[in-house]
Design a protein. Structure first.
Length: 72
């Protein structure tokens, strides 16, 4: 897994990109630090896999070559 910071709020997560369609995200901090998730009720946070801003940051990092795809 590779560390990546959200370009919107700076929250750091660990990311593993197995394919264009499959992304694994591991939060290294509480989700309260994520601006988008912090706006949701606590009960709803457990059902949300990621925020749209973080997903956008991941996709941009892949396109820029900052995050490699691990196909092994």
């Amino acid at each position: 897994m590779q560390p990546l910071s959200c370009r919107s709020c700076g929250t750091c997560v660990l990311v593993k990109k197995n394919s264009p369609a499959h992304t694994q995200v591991q939060w290294t901090t509480d989700t309260d630090r994520c601006a988008e998730l912090a706006q949701r009720p606590t009960a709803d946070r457990a059902t949300v896999l990621t925020c749209l801003r973080l997903r956008d940051s991941i996709e941009k990092a892949v396109r820029r070559g900052e995050l490699r795809m691990d196909t092994s």
